[in-house]
Design a protein around this ligand. Structure first.
Ligand code: FE2
Length: 241
């Protein structure tokens, strides 16, 4: 499969945009750091994310390529449709949205921005095993029948975007959406949140809405649970189709 769009150069951010990053980073990272999973913290260090400026796409891509042999691709599409997103993933290309929310709306962006993509996703995606999983998941999404894809989309959402994982008997944030969301992070760990053990059948019945607070989230016992689920599903559809 050949992707149609031409690759564009990485964007270089101005002072105002860097200030938004600084404000968001400064209030978020110290607050969440100890409640995030090990991979997230390691990835954060590897990518040398800091409060000072939005890291350059070139610098991020250099670490990313060296660690995973994947490529970072700049996009101005603020909400890649599932098809395009997964077609990039199977070619080991990770899209980053080169847009940042406005200073007067730090708490909410209806569309993913650079803070979500780089602060939320990239520290996880920079690990080879995690990148492999996302590639496998993307194959699965593109191979399965449309009615199954809806449920698999929920499972992606409630793991890759809003999942928890157990580490050393403690619940840690795993999903990129949790990492980059100021309000939802605390809500996710609060008594108001219903947290259930990872169960793909259960999750597939819950269709997420990006415009409402979550009421239920799921906790993986370990990363193997998700790897095994994806491998089993791929095997199942290979046999069927
Ligand atoms: Fe995301």
């Amino acid at each position: 499969m050949v992707l149609k769009e031409a690759k564009r150069p990485f964007y270089h951010w101005n002072d105002e945009q860097n200030e938004v990053w600084n404000l968001m980073y400064t209030r978020q990272y110290p607050r969440i750091k100890d409640r995030t999973c090990q991979w997230y913290q390691e990835g954060h260090e590897l990518l040398k994310l800091s409060k000072d400026v939005i890291p350059s796409g070139e610098a991020l891509n250099s670490v990313f390529q060296e660690r995973t042999n994947w490529e970072l691709v700049s996009t101005d599409v603020q909400y890649s449709d599932g098809q395009s997103w997964f077609e990039h993933l199977i070619q080991r290309k990770f899209l980053i949205t080169e847009y940042i929310r406005e200073k007067d709306s730090l708490d909410y962006t209806p569309l993913p921005d650079i803070f979500h993509d780089v602060f939320g996703h990239l520290p996880m995606q920079v690990h080879q095993r995690y990148a492999n999983l996302t590639e496998e998941y993307a194959h699965l999404m593109l191979e399965c029948p449309p009615d199954v894809r809806v449920g698999l989309g929920s499972i992606w959402w409630y793991t890759i975007e809003f999942g928890f994982i157990i580490e050393d008997s403690e619940i840690k944030a795993f999903g990129a959406g949790l990492m980059s969301s100021y309000a939802e992070f605390d809500l996710a760990f609060s008594d108001k949140m219903i947290r259930r053990p990872f169960n793909p059948v259960d999750i597939a019945q819950h269709k997420p809405s990006p415009h409402e607070w979550h009421k239920i989230l799921w906790v993986m016992q370990d990363f193997e649970q998700l790897e095994e689920f994806v491998a089993q599903q791929r095997q199942y559809f290979r046999v069927l189709y």
